[in-house]
Design a protein around this ligand. Sequence first.
Ligand code: FAD
Length: 443
Amino acid sequence: MDYDVMIIGGGISGLTLAVKLGQNNIKTLLVEKDKKSGLIYKGELLQPKSLEILDRINMLELVKENGFSLPSIQFYEYDQKADQTMTQLSANEFRYDLIDSPYNTSLMIPHEKLKELLFIEASKYESVDYIQPAKFTGFTDEEPQHKKAIIQTKEGERKIHASFYIGAEGRASPTRTAMEVDMKNTKYNHHFLTVSFPRPDSLNQSTIITTQNKFVGLFPLPNNEVRSVLLIKPGEFKTMREEGLESFYRAYCELMPELEGYVHQIDTWKKIQLMIPVRHNVSSYVKDNMILTGDAAHSVHPMAGEGMNLAIQDSDVLGELLCWMFKTNQTEWSQLEWYEKVRKPRAEYVSRLSHQAALLYSFPYRAWQKLRIKGVKQTEHSLSLHYKQMLNTSGLGIWKFNLVDRMKQAGLLPVKAGRVKISDKKKEKIMFSTYDDYPWYRK
Ligand SMILES: Cc1cc2nc3c(=O)[nH]c(=O)nc-3n(C[C@H](O)[C@H](O)[C@H](O)COP(=O)(O)OP(=O)(O)OC[C@H]3O[C@@H](n4cnc5c(N)ncnc54)[C@H](O)[C@@H]3O)c2cc1C
């Protein structure tokens, strides 16, 4: 059987695309290599743009019922003395509700829950077939329009023909290899440990607590849980394991004593996952009828909580484009350029911002901490910097930081506190309209 679209990879990106194509009756095959999910912790924070997209596919209410809304991010900086006493140096808050949009909040939902909801929705549509486990290994050696995807299933090898092949396989993407695109990689000088555990009621906002050389991020989940990320040095996981779980509990409770008795409910290292941040961006998202989405195209440092959101946003734009191509009989491959035109600059900008945010927490020096405190404070105090920060993070638009902004954040120029009126004309320029998301409709 021939398909219009074959999606390789049943992660958030592949599933979001399957929902969009299913809702528009496009003949789609989705293949997923794993029998069941392996990693417990992946992206869980939905940014405002992802909420808007979930609304467009009529899934927002369901996602909200299973999620925990987080309208702000709190930042606390401490000075930790040699005797471990802590003195608070600063407390600041970044707020999503500055953005003029009905989706001006973030929302935490367990990654596997979101996948389950998307899978159930995609399965409702007869035009969507799903094979799991089925591992894609490469393409047959034929002319691009005739080539088939080779998959290994329980019943043996199968060859599948589709008009379009979507590489949604995450960081290690065989479709990307077949496309022979260039890829730029960035590594970081730190790793993270990540785990969810029960939380005190008082911990009900995204919270980042740092000292000169320590970092913990706490993101409340539904069911009184919290997802946490603890920054460690490469190799430190091994030493901590040798020391025992006490060293893990200590790392949290030193920074937030209220976690005493909560983090302790993690009773085995098996529940704690090592996360090695990497950043990559490919030179092109499209070649012939092969297209990359999500982590296959770009992996971002997790500091700004964007990875999963970029995956959803890619699939929204690509899904809308493919549906339009099939509906209007304009299935020539050159139309795919629209997808790259919209998504590549946006994803690259967010990737750069996430990288810069990561650098702010990468160096354990007193001067670096001072600079960070200054930057966060100035951003919070200036409405335009605050607005830019939240808009760029939200995915609802882009208002780029310029040199003057960076000088203000570094404390080299003063900031004006209070209300800055952002005109409707300006908002029109910086917020993405439907035509910005789907510019082919303008033709
Ligand atoms: C450990 C870890 C922690 C993370 N934490 C965060 C976070 O806190 N916040 C955040 O925003 N992002 C985080 N991310 C990133 C985020 O999870 C990803 O950006 C997002 O899941 C990307 O979705 P995706 O669908 O593109 O890829 P994936 O979620 O990786 O899905 C790819 C799917 O393709 C399947 N697949 C792979 N190869 C094949 C093949 N050959 N044939 C068939 N199927 C295949 C895989 O099994 C997988 O199911 C994290 C990632 C990791 C790995």
